[in-house]
Ligand binder design. Structure first.
Ligand SMILES: [Ca+2]
Ligand SMILES: [Ca+2]
Ligand SMILES: [Ca+2]
Ligand SMILES: [Ca+2]
Length: 381
């Protein structure tokens, strides 16, 4: 399994994998917030301002080829995502969730259809786009201090190296005088990868300068068809072991970890494989010929694809649709709050599900003690 090659950009965050494993080990305590925590990783904060992020809100796959675990929460909550993360007060979360429900339910029949959810997902995706545009304004200002609206590769290179701890003035001077830059191998690889991407983001006619819009697609490839395609190519290149430009299931599920050290890690590997296999077979391989082409992956990753949004809407409804009417009612969405928002409604669980369960147990003479404690633990966790 050592043949997994992480992208050069991915390698920049050398600790990402370790963080991923640590967070995955901690998955029971904080489910569904892996990338949120990753973003809060102290070392990546400063880099993120001028470096393309690994995680893109509202995009199904991360830049390094990992599935975006928070995708459905991102397209359900839009820019309100962080509110639910920071705010653990169940009553307020409950109120907010009810507010969202009434907004999604456009025709006010107290039930959310797949069409209504699809429309909502598209709206929330648009919010993530707007957020990225806003953040990009700040990032662009940071790389274009003279404010002439254009950034050269050399200017960007200086800013990037400065963010890596190099002396900004020295580096700028050396680049100006065409002197050799002494950078370590890893930084050099990242620089080359960034450079490729930089020139990809330079729209025709290529002038080797990026304006604010081009810089947005440099940081956020989901904002441009050309850059989305470039991102797909990079991901396929990293996973494609036989180099035929397409992905088999085996290539897609190759593990990023060389060795499995203990049972817990083994379980995570198993989950990782299971989820990727499911996604590959059921969603990404749209024509089900067991091969994922670049075109299929591009369709899959396109956040503005309405067909994908409808699929996602149906999946989201199916998870919580207890009465099987292919619609979501308020009760269903509240009960599955954790799935939709990443945060549990403890009071709701206590007041309803647990109590219902406890009373059903009391009436059940042949109660199974083990099942009882397991279920109670699940609800109270
Ligand atoms: Ca409705
Ligand atoms: Ca292949
Ligand atoms: Ca296919
Ligand atoms: Ca229902």
């Amino acid at each position: 399994m050592s043949s997994w090659r992480r992208s050069q950009l991915g390698r920049l965050c050398a600790s990402t994998l370790a963080v991923f494993v640590m967070l995955a080990l901690n998955v029971q305590a904080r489910p569904a917030n892996i990338s949120a925590l990753k973003d809060k990783h102290p070392n990546s904060k400063e880099d993120n301002e001028i470096l393309p992020p690994d995680h893109l809100n509202g995009v199904k796959m991360e830049m390094d080829g990992h599935l975006n675990k928070d995708f459905h929460q991102e397209v359900f909550l839009g820019k309100e995502m962080e509110e639910f993360e920071e705010d653990s007060e169940p009553r307020r979360n409950r109120k907010k969730l009810i507010e969202i429900f009434t907004k999604v339910d456009i025709n006010k029949d107290r039930s959310v259809s797949a069409k209504e959810m699809q429309r909502w997902i598209m709206e929330k995706t648009e919010e993530h786009f707007q957020e990225a545009v806003k953040e990009n304004k700040l990032s662009f200002r940071a790389v274009d201090p003279d404010g002439d609206g254009h950034v050269t590769w050399d200017e960007y290179r200086v800013k990037f190296l400065a963010s890596k701890g190099f002396n900004e003035k020295e580096v700028a001077e050396k680049i100006k005088n065409n002197e050799e830059l002494k950078v370590d191998e890893e930084t050099q690889e990242v620089l080359e990868s960034l450079k490729d991407r930089w020139f990809q983001a330079d729209n025709p006619p290529a002038d080797q300068l990026l304006n604010e819009e081009e810089f947005l697609s440099f940081l956020h490839p989901e904002h441009s068809r050309g850059m989305l395609r470039y991102m797909v190519k990079e991901i396929v290149r990293d996973l494609d072991q036989d180099g035929d430009g397409k992905l088999t299931l085996a290539e897609f599920i190759s593990l990023p970890m060389g060795t499995v050290e203990n049972q817990q890690a083994q379980d995570i590997d198993d989950d990782w494989v299971r989820e990727r296999k499911k996604e590959f077979e059921e969603v990404i391989d749209a024509n089900h010929d067991t091969i994922v082409t670049m075109e299929e992956l591009e369709e899959y990753m396109d956040p503005m694809n309405e067909y994908n949004a409808l699929n996602e809407a149906k999946q989201m409804i199916a998870v919580a649709d207890e009465n099987q009417n292919h619609n979501l009612e308020l009760e269903e969405i509240l009960k599955y709050s954790e799935y939709f928002t990443g945060s549990k409604l403890m009071d709701y669980a206590r007041n309803n599900s647990v109590q219902r369960y406890l009373s059903s147990l009391q009436s059940n003479v042949s109660q199974n003690n083990r099942a009882y404690s397991v279920m109670t633990l699940m609800f109270l966790h």
